[in-house]
Design a protein. Structure first.
Length: 275
């Protein structure tokens, strides 16, 4: 078994080697095993994908951590956890989520400046930075090199202010975050502008970016890590809805021709056994 320390070191190394790497987002142990069997080098959880399995638009921090524990146990790969706003507004309480994430087996995790409240979706600048500082302190207190990602969420909440987004990312970088992340950055020119403003690795989520972009293009633009957020979950649900509509509207079942092969599933699921 690969130790958590070994996974943490391997995850850090992915962020320092040349080029970019893809970190896909499983939402349960099964999808994690399938991705591991395909040769991906690291995984990241998705709170949206998890919420979809519950039939909910939101998910609690406890549920996020339980899901991460299952995913981290399912494979030998490093896992980073999507902690949303870390389950609290106050900086020290939010930072405790970093410690709890490490206890699940994760070797990385994120904190974002989205409050989760419709009326005031983005934390004031000073509080946002204070929260990242507290999360950094929590991460540095751990016995492993926990990779902390700080997210600026302006662009997902109708605040299309790129200057403020970059200002926040730079402040999070100065506070000690290891990776920076601004979901909602879409086109290559804007991606290059954001990356050029930072010294530390930048994570691009393809769920909100131009889908025509490729790994080589993003690597050339300076992106280090490429995730997909809840996109694979939504794609899977699109296939589910398509098959359901075919049965309901046509009374036919041609979708079974495109089912995942049983052997491929069994081979992946037999590769690593849950404890």
């Amino acid at each position: 078994m690969t130790s958590q320390l070994e996974k943490a070191k391997a995850f850090r190394a992915l962020h320092t080697r040349p080029g970019a790497f893809i970190i896909p987002n499983p939402w349960d142990a099964g999808t994690a095993k399938l991705l591991a069997a395909m040769g991906f080098e690291a995984l990241a959880t998705t709170s949206l994908g998890l919420a979809n399995t519950f039939g909910s638009s939101t998910v609690s921090l406890d549920a996020i951590l339980d899901n991460c524990r299952a995913i981290a146990a399912a494979t030998e790969l490093p896992v980073s956890v999507d902690l949303e706003n870390c389950g609290a507004h106050e900086a020290k309480r939010a930072a405790d989520a970093i410690r709890r994430a490490a206890e699940t087996g994760a070797v990385g995790g994120s904190i974002e400046d989205s409050s989760g409240e419709r009326e005031c979706p983005i934390y004031d600048f000073a509080l946002a930075v204070e929260r990242v500082q507290a999360a950094v302190e929590a991460a540095r207190s751990l016995p492993i090199p926990f990779t902390l990602t700080a997210r600026a969420e302006n662009l997902l909440h109708g605040r299309n202010d790129l200057d403020d987004t970059i200002k926040r990312l730079q402040a999070f970088e100065a506070a000690g975050a290891d990776v920076l992340y601004a979901p909602g950055v879409h086109d290559l020119a804007t991606i290059k502008t954001v990356v050029a403003s930072l010294k530390k690795p930048f994570n691009l989520v393809m769920g909100f970016a131009d889908p025509a972009l490729t790994l080589p293009q993003l690597a050339a633009a300076g992106v280090k890590r490429i995730s997909v957020g809840g996109a694979m979950s939504r794609y899977a649900l699109a296939a589910f809805l398509k098959s359901a509509r075919e049965m309901k509207e046509n009374g036919s079942f041609t979708y079974v021709r495109e089912m995942a092969p049983i052997k491929e599933l069994r081979d992946a699921f037999a590769a690593v056994s849950l404890p």
